[in-house]
Design a binder for this molecule. Sequence first.
Ligand SMILES: Cc1ncc(COP(=O)(O)O)c(C=O)c1O
Length: 443
Amino acid sequence: MSDRRNVTPNDLSAFWMPFTANRQFKKAPRMFVGAKDMHYTTSDGRQVLDGTAGLWCVNAGHCRPRIVEAIATQAAEMDYAPAFQMGHPKAFELANALVQIAPEGLNHVMYTNSGSESVETALKTAIAYHRVKGDGARFRLIGRERGYHGVNFGGISVGGIVTNRKMFGTLLTGVDHMSHTHTPGKNQFTRGEREEGATDLLAELERIVTLHDASTIAAVIVEPVAGSTGVLIPPKGYLKKLREITKKHGILLIFDEVITGFGRVGTPFAADYFGVTPDMIVCAKGLTNGTIPMGAVLVTSEIHDAFMQGPEHMIEFFHGYTYSGNPIAAATGLATLETYKEEGLLTRGAELASYWEDALHSLKGLPHVIDIRNLGLIGAVELEPIAGSPTKRAFSAFVQGYEEGILIRTTGDIIAMSPPLIISKAQIDELIGKLGSILKSLE
Ligand SMILES: Cc1ncc(COP(=O)(O)O)c(C=O)c1O
């Protein structure tokens, strides 16, 4: 137990860090103290090239002037306004700006503070929607193995990452899972989407729907491209077919675009890239360029309008957060969307995608590399685990990367990358070049 009398400002013990190997970190801390555009500055004064946009969120790069100014100005003008039964103009302006860039039909916005809260909001909305329509038997939720939908109870229930779920016993009832979309042995080193596999994977959804009966299922939630599990790209036609099946059975389709939203795959949302419009889009991260916590759920008019009934003085949906649409977050969101627009960042990923793909796939053949996957400005390099020590090899690559000036992310033995959308071709070369050298030197 630490002795509080001996704690110094630099003591690292009090902060129990999230999703972190705390003991390893505190023995050899990796501290960032500054950031600008594509780089972080470390506490020992080194520059680190950001290969992950922070945590898949700093899509416009770091400390962008318009965003910095919006935060400062709004903090001085109005710090907070009650979120319930009161409003402020910027929350409405941002909602209007979001529906302008959203796929057609997603005309309404609910705000949250994170991806996890956006997921919970969408799941609750799905169940409540069926209920307000008089279809209260639809309570089941279908997710996917290896899916990541944040860390709250709903999200880990529909999510399919075992380490996130196993401690928590019986979670939400009435949840089922489809298979993930990765078929090792069949699709290694595929560039982008592979041709085959959609029909078989979705036959399984039909089986699940038959098992439970469609009349009990409220929604299916998927990440269009699974990110946190280590970047799994769906086969061609998968999401279109998923849309057809859910529509046929009256099941809502929720896209969790916390990672894929705001230009990550070369279009404003992955829904645009795949040409599929879900009933709800869950987003966060890039909404405020990772600066001020904010998430959102975009819903169709059909869903929104179903709730707009009963006496007008009554609250239509008993849901919301103290910080829903917080003024500083809303101002930040507006400045972020303006930055994306001015610099064409929501489509820049499409211009860079083939350069990125070639650079990534140049790592094929290097020691330990067993797969490479990519789409838009997302990429993953999967390594052969060290026998008896899974995750150690990729973690060593991550630590070495930090020491040598690149920030990458690892999940298990998969290295994932998702640089800010302002990255230059020379910086792609630097990131992948350094990663290549690290791979050659790994045990
Ligand atoms: C697809 C997806 N959904 C939800 C979340 C959770 O977001 P947050 O960490 O903001 O709660 C994440 C975070 O990485 C994510 O990738």
